[in-house]
Design a protein around this ligand. Structure first.
Ligand SMILES: [Zn+2]
Length: 62
């Protein structure tokens, strides 16, 4: 009877690092750095996979 939080699975695509902020090196006109926020397409930036039924996953890349 080992049930270890079955609803919380770490996304195997991004390993839990669902969102990354990338510095482009460019700057906005107000002086702040321009950054890109990239989220994992598989888990939508949550870091966890949805349990089982996720047909949308197969549509990535057509
Ligand atoms: Zn992910």
């Amino acid at each position: 009877m080992h049930q270890h939080a079955p609803t919380k699975r770490v996304c195997h695509v991004c390993d839990g690092f669902a969102a990354a902020v990338i510095t482009t090196g460019a700057r906005h006109r107000d002086g702040t750095r321009a950054t890109l926020r990239v989220t994992c397409p598989a888990c939508k930036g949550t870091g966890h996979t949805a349990p089982a039924t996720a047909p949308a996953l197969h549509r990535v890349g057509r």
